[in-house]
Design a protein around this ligand. Structure first.
Ligand SMILES: [Zn+2]
Length: 408
């Protein structure tokens, strides 16, 4: 590689994520790839003819990954604009009502989704897993400057919906990524078929899992607020057989749909045994602290995930359940909720954890040779002197962080 093609970005702090922070470091990039990450003098020695750009009072970090969002719900922001006055199932009813009255598609819906996608990229997010029920995500994916994975979500718990859904799924072009909504809303056989299709096409399988206590009650006992809600909608027909014990992860494991390409989104109401099962299968977890806080469903057992070597990803979920969609804010809320978690682990969730969850570990998630040269320049307060202060800023400053991307 000719030396003049190499560009070194340097800063007081480099946060590779996959190894300890580097003071007075740099990232050497060439042709869109990282070629070296080191202290600046060593990079200059290694690449004496390289172009050099210094970013003062800043940290260089990998781009962020938002592992769970619903862009097509962006026009429903009124739902989360004021504190929730109802239960989780009450919120689902409100969401369906508002979507019925405003429409699920159309120019306004599209513009709201485009605005959120643009904000995501501007805030430093380079990859999104977007869940939707309309073709909107697929339209947005083409215009997104990073990677946007548009998942088409299937629902249908009742037996009478099964054949129709299985037929629909069979007709889907291979280019359409399909996933299931949740254990409480999607027939087990449909989940199995969706997972088998995802596996054969080699893509991940995101699914809302163990989000509310009411979901657990449905899975175990076949009663409670979630069952009442499903019954009211006309989809509780006895097709789902309550399991007596265990939770959603037990259920997904027994269905055979839990593996290293399965992304359990929310994963709040999860027992120690289920965490062991998830870890054993290499299953991925995506936490959504902002949505969980708004919907008051509880907080995920983050320490236990980390103890079992599950590094969760982070997701914002949608504007219908989260007043502000910023991955920086998700880190801030997680830090507030769980102040004993290592700040470096929290930043790793927003980067490395997300990349692993979306199958992007080879190109994103860390500053390492061979990965994409997608480097964020995060301004730091002038008084930043220590590693702890850098991490403290990254995970606690929230949406006040406005990074730029290193250009080369
Ligand atoms: Zn969601």
């Amino acid at each position: 590689m000719s030396a003049e093609l190499i560009c070194i970005h340097s800063a007081p702090w480099v946060v590779p994520v996959s190894r300890p922070m580097i003071a007075d470091g740099g990232v050497a990039v060439a042709q869109g790839r990282i070629v070296a990450v080191d202290v600046l003098p060593r990079l200059q020695q290694q690449f004496p003819l390289a172009k050099h750009i210094h970013h003062s009072a800043a940290a260089l970090t990998p781009a962020l990954i938002n592992a769970h969002i619903h862009l097509e719900l962006s026009h429903l922001a009124a739902l989360a604009a004021v504190p929730l006055q109802t239960s989780f199932t009450g919120w689902i009813s409100q969401l369906l009502q508002l979507r019925d009255s405003l429409g699920a598609t159309g120019d306004q819906v599209q513009r709201a989704a485009e605005r959120v996608a643009a904000q995501q990229y501007a805030s430093g997010v380079s990859a999104l897993a977007d869940i939707g029920n309309t073709p909107m995500g697929r339209n947005l994916a083409g215009a997104f400057p990073g990677r946007l994975f548009p998942f088409k979500e299937y629902l249908g718990l009742a037996a009478f919906t099964l054949d129709k859904n299985l037929n629909r799924l069979e007709q889907e072009p291979e280019s359409v990524l399909c996933s299931g909504h949740a254990p409480y809303s999607t027939h087990g056989r449909l989940l199995q078929q969706l997972k088998a299709r995802a596996a054969s096409l080699g893509h991940m399988f995101p699914i809302h899992t163990a989000e509310s206590a009411a979901e657990g009650e449905l899975i175990r006992e076949g009663r409670g607020a979630m069952v009442d809600f499903v019954r009211t909608r006309g989809f509780w027909d006895g097709a789902f057989v309550p399991r007596g014990s265990g939770g959603s992860i037990n259920y997904l494991y027994d269905l055979g749909v839990l593996d290293a390409a399965t992304l359990c989104v929310h994963a709040v109401h999860v027992s120690p045994e289920e965490i062991r099962i998830a870890a054993g299968e290499g299953a991925k977890v995506c936490l959504c602290p902002g949505s969980n806080r708004f919907l008051r469903v509880g907080a995920a057992p983050v320490r236990q995930y980390l103890e079992h070597r599950i590094l969760p990803a982070l997701g914002t979920d949608s504007l219908a359940s989260n007043p502000q969609l910023s991955l920086w804010r998700e880190m801030q809320l997680l830090t507030e909720d769980q102040p004993d978690i290592d700040p470096a682990a929290i930043f790793a969730m927003a980067t490395w954890g997300g990349a692993e969850a979306l199958g992007l570990g080879d190109c994103l998630g860390a500053l390492e040779p061979g990965k994409d040269a997608d480097v964020l320049i995060v301004p730091l307060p002038a008084a930043t002197r220590t590693v702890a202060q850098v991490y403290g800023h990254l995970i606690s400053a929230g949406a006040a962080i406005h990074p730029t991307r290193a250009e080369h």
